[in-house]
Design a binder for this molecule. Structure first.
Ligand SMILES: *[C@@H]1O[C@H](CO)[C@@H](O)[C@H](O)[C@H]1NC(C)=O
Ligand SMILES: *[C@@H]1O[C@H](CO)[C@@H](O)[C@H](O)[C@H]1NC(C)=O
Ligand SMILES: *[C@@H]1O[C@H](CO)[C@@H](O)[C@H](O)[C@H]1NC(C)=O
Ligand SMILES: [Zn+2]
Length: 307
């Protein structure tokens, strides 16, 4: 397993730590810290949750609020690993499975915008990310009544930005597991397999099995126009063909999508970041997703989740 270690950025001690326990915010900082990092920057945010909508006392634990709070961390981890892999000379090939080489700097900027200070794209956020994320309310209330579609996992309602931006998680989103420690569930304790993705459980190929709740949040974050639209002077959407059929959802479509469109396709970011994170954490290269199998997510009507 260790013989596959190729990244110059990954210290052996870091790898042995993450392989024996879930990653922590400290670990990502150790992995990704640019030399120019300033410890004085404090303005940062993560989305909000409403006490009435996500009840902190809900049983059993870990409850939905705890899943969401852990997913906030996971989304930052994903964005952080994405930037790390974009910069890693030994892992340049992962990027070009998803995006055009010429878009490397701007795609990096999308991820960096999410997990750093907009004023300083190299300054990591220790407790959260872009201040724009603080404008988002994560909720389960299905305000636009869309979650009846069994394929839909989440959506972002930004029509009234910046004062009223809802990131709605459909109930099926809470089936998704995660990466970093979750309150109320010991990562080594009984039942951990219900709450943690592991190198063993996600298999050998890129697939929906990599889809964590944090990955779903990351997908929705890229849609937030106030945060990301200025990077390409265009919104990051879910790409469709001329008839309105989706062509950018799930691990298979993001690989077959015209790469000229990928930079403006939310799931391309979500799956690239997931492949990047798992490649580094599990120290292995993943095979290509197989249509009709690696995109048939049982949580989303046996198809790719939309969002
Ligand atoms: C994984 O992907 C490789 C190609 O990258 C393919 O040959 C293999 O059959 C896939 N594995 C499974 C279990 O489908
Ligand atoms: C859900 O899956 C069933 C069985 O494959 C299919 O008949 C139905 O059309 C799907 N629903 C949607 C909204 O795609
Ligand atoms: C999805 O596929 C699995 C296995 O093929 C099946 O057991 C399950 O009923 C299917 N779910 C839906 C919603 O179609
Ligand atoms: Zn979307």
């Amino acid at each position: 397993m260790y013989s596959k270690l190729s990244s110059v950025l990954v210290a052996t001690i870091f790898v042995s730590n993450v392989l024996s326990s879930p990653i922590t915010k400290d670990s990502i900082t150790a992995l990704s810290l640019p030399s120019s990092f300033s410890r004085h920057i404090r303005v940062r945010a993560e989305p909000n949750t409403g006490d009435e909508d996500l009840n902190p006392d809900e049983e059993p634990h870990p409850n939905k609020l705890e899943k969401v709070e852990r997913a906030f961390n996971d989304a930052f981890e994903l964005a952080g690993y994405a930037t790390t892999v974009i910069d890693d000379p030994n892992r340049q090939n992962i990027f070009t499975k998803y995006f055009n080489e010429e878009d490397r700097a701007n795609v990096r900027k999308v991820f960096a915008t999410i997990w750093t200070q907009p004023s300083d794209p190299d300054a990591p956020a220790a407790d959260g990310g872009s201040p724009f994320l603080g404008e988002i309310m994560v909720q389960q209330a299905d305000s636009r009544n869309l979650c009846g579609d069994p394929r839909l996992i989440a959506y972002l309602d930004q029509n009234n930005a910046p004062n009223d931006v809802a990131l709605v998680l459909c109930s099926r989103a809470f089936n998704k597991k995660g990466v970093t420690t979750i309150q109320g569930q010991d990562p080594q304790g009984p039942g951990a397999e219900n709450h943690y993705l592991t190198c063993d459980s996600i298999g050998d190929n890129v697939s929906f099995r990599m889809n964590s709740l944090g990955m779903t949040l990351l997908h929705e974050y890229t849609h937030y126009n106030r945060m990301t639209q200025s990077i390409f002077n265009a919104p990051i959407i879910d790409q469709e063909d001329a008839s309105g059929n989706p062509i950018g959802y799930g691990p298979v479509q993001v690989r077959t999508l015209d790469k000229a469109l990928a930079k403006l396709n939310a799931d391309s970011y979500a799956y690239f970041a997931s492949e990047a994170l798992w490649t580094v954490l599990c120290q292995k290269d993943y095979g290509d997703p197989v249509a009709g199998q690696d995109d048939n997510d049982p949580d989303c009507n046996n198809t790719s989740c939309s969002g």
